[in-house]
Design a protein around this ligand. Structure first.
Ligand SMILES: Nc1ncnc2c1ncn2[C@@H]1O[C@H](COP(=O)(O)OP(=O)(O)OP(=O)(O)O)[C@@H](O)[C@H]1O
Length: 612
């Protein structure tokens, strides 16, 4: 006791000294966990006690009800949505729901990016008016997002009047401050990426007709030499300031790998950026204020959407100081260099976090509209259910590296982790055969005392420690966008709980024997407490499944927030409000096993993009 208490208070004390920023909080909490874990051989009772204490410490409750503004990229409407877009949206949605769970006043925006040459061309190929074309595709994004439970609070289209006004204002501010000047741009340009490239970013290739071409090294898209009179943004002026910002705040871009990448990009000089196109080349966009012969560069236009949402330029400040972007790695440069430079020029605060994720690939190639190797998310939800697909994307998607998608993988993961492990546990522990009265069973301190002298064995105490520490771990992983690690940790705990039930085989106990009955109730109580914690923590990931679990346990909607993660109060000698309460009536299966015939092996749909 004394050793751990000393260690814990020392750790708390030392962390208080350094804890000046969220980064320090994270570092010091990690240190605490490490120090705690080294003491795993101390008497169990103290470890559990301290894990609970640590959780209270880790969650800074003063943050509750503070604004937290999450954005997804706005999606380019040159074709219908695919799994990659859904992944961006589900990741942001999961963060949003996690923040709501913790009591933040979270706001979450998404929408569609509707200007630019690609859309002008796609609409023309489809023989449609650009706005009608955009409306149609924007609706399909909205539909897919609603279908997969994306709980956005704001949906924006860049063709809206409010957005045009925000962009015009933003441009005027930059121009009046002297950060935009008239010049000539000459260099490589990739229309598919709407991106300018330096000579070192392009390489020689041979096209399908055997002609030599230049392509972008990053995306592989063909580039063209462009020379035109444009408005230029003084991007080069901001290189030092951006470097300083990122070096001073090593936690801005997460996971950290991408932070290093941006720092590396900034090591080299960055040229000024062309921020307009001649109207003769591009008509579909917002005209430059005061110069109708020029149209604003699609990326400047698109990035301002984050401000439009929060009512820029009227009363955006409450939200703008707490903005967190979720982006794919393909658009990191736009979000981590261009966007902060524009904001600095406009005199606005910089983003708090840029969460970056990698790509879903199909047979090693990025799933992309241009390649047409896309998986239709509606088909995938049909096969695997909404929660099945969400779980797979977040459990398997590693933000640091690309991940190959195939149906069989989704099938296996859903069956083993949702149907068997989680569903099986719920089913076993709430079965009327073991619990005929269908109430939340009572816990007996004599059967499961704080010292190792009851019916519980040492593995059981280790399980309690793991489940007690779970909320802290989950929170830490979410902070780094390592949602897959959070799910890995939950999954490991579910395995421990299943092993606990298996070890004590409550179905073999004699219910007529009062001692056995007390122990049986205790086993079920502990298992349901574990399930309650898993249910609460899984809400941001699989909202419907989590609701099913918590409803079956009789947990009310008010008892599903972060403060309700008070695991196994009876073990601590405190009251448990659920004891003796009726379980929910739904005896149905949590997640139906997917048959292999339901999903085809390693196939993928070559869905036709709208532009084809
Ligand atoms: N394969 C993917 N994996 C993960 N996220 C993706 C993927 N494709 C697109 N996204 C996400 O959607 C955003 C918008 O992508 P975009 O509209 O450029 O789609 P795309 O299919 O890559 O299109 P294109 O083939 O025309 O480049 C990306 O920045 C990224 O956040």
């Amino acid at each position: 006791m004394t050793a751990l208490t000393r260690m814990f208070s020392h750790a708390l004390h030392s962390s208080c000294v350094v804890m000046r920023s969220p980064c320090c909080l994270l570092t010091s909490t990690k240190t605490l966990i490490l120090r705690l874990s080294r003491h795993a051989r101390l008497p169990r009772v103290y470890s559990i006690y301290h894990c609970q204490a640590l959780r209270c410490f880790c969650t800074d409750h003063s943050q509750s009800s503070k604004p937290y503004y999450i954005t997804t990229p706005i999606f380019y409407v040159n074709a219908s949505p695919h799994i990659g877009h859904v992944y961006s949206a589900v990741t942001a949605d999961c963060l949003h729901r996690f923040k709501l769970l913790q009591g933040y006043n979270s706001r979450f925006s998404t929408g569609t990016d509707e200007h630019g040459l690609k859309i002008q061309q796609a609409a023309s190929n489809a023989g449609e008016d650009p706005l009608n074309f955009c409306t149609e595709v924007s609706q399909s994004f909205k539909h897919v997002f609603q279908r997969c439970g994306i709980l956005y609070t704001d949906y924006i289209r860049t063709t809206e009047k409010r957005h045009r006004q925000a962009v015009e204002h933003f441009w005027t501010v930059l121009h009046s401050k002297g950060f935009i000047y008239k010049g000539t741009y000459e260099g490589w340009y990739s229309t598919p990426d709407e991106s300018f490239l330096t000579p070192t970013q392009v390489i020689d290739r041979i096209d399908s007709e055997g002609k030599p071409i230049k392509v972008s090294m990053e995306s592989g898209h063909k580039v063209e030499w462009m020379k035109e009179d444009n408005y230029m943004f003084r991007l080069s002026d901001f290189r030092t300031e951006l470097l300083h910002w990122l070096r001073l705040n090593p936690n801005i871009i997460r996971p950290v790998k991408f932070h290093h990448l941006v720092l590396q990009w900034l090591e080299d000089e960055i040229p000024d950026l062309s921020v307009s196109r001649q109207k003769s080349r591009l008509q579909w966009g917002i005209p430059v204020p005061g110069d109708p012969e020029q149209v604003i560069y699609v990326w400047l236009d698109a990035l301002v959407n984050y401000l439009t949402i929060v009512n820029y330029p009227q009363n955006h400040s409450q939200w703008w100081t707490s903005v967190h972007h979720v982006v794919g790695k393909d658009i990191l440069k736009f979000h981590a260099i261009y966007w902060p430079a524009f904001l600095l020029a406009a005199g606005l605060p910089l983003p708090q976090t840029i969460f970056v994720h990698s790509h879903w690939t199909v047979e090693g190639k990025k799933m992309s509209k241009s390649l047409g190797n896309v998986i239709n998310p509606l088909d995938a939800m049909e096969k695997f259910t909404v929660d099945g697909l969400r779980y797979f994307l977040l459990r398997q998607g590693v933000p640091d590296s690309d991940c190959d998608y195939y149906d069989d993988k989704v099938n296996k993961m859903c069956n083993s982790e949702l149907a068997d492990a989680l569903g099986g546990l719920l089913n076993r522990c709430t079965a009327p055969s073991l619990n005929p009265t269908q109430v939340y069973p009572h816990f007996c301190n004599t059967c499961f005392p704080k010292e190792l002298c009851g019916k519980a064995v040492s593995e059981d105490y280790r399980m309690l420690e793991a489940v007690s520490a779970l909320p802290v771990l989950v929170e830490l992983h979410f902070e780094n966008l390592h949602i897959y690690k959070a799910l890995e940790a939950i999954s490991a705990c579910i395995r421990l709980t299943n092993a606990f039930v298996q070890r004590h085989a409550p179905w073999k106990l004699d219910r007529k024997d009062p001692g056995d009955q007390r122990w049986l109730d205790t086993i079920l109580h502990v298992s349901l407490e574990c399930l309650r914690i898993y249910g609460i923590l899984l809400q941001p990931v699989v909202p419907d499944l989590a609701d099913k679990i918590l409803s079956r346990l009789g947990v009310t909607p008010e008892e599903r927030n972060w403060d309700s993660l008070n695991f196994l109060m009876r073990y601590e000698g405190r009251d448990c409000g659920l004891e003796g309460r009726a379980l929910g009536p739904d005896l149905g299966v949590l997640f139906n096993r997917l048959e292999r015939s339901q999903v085809k092996g390693r196939t993928h749909k070559m869905a036709k993009s709208k532009s084809q």
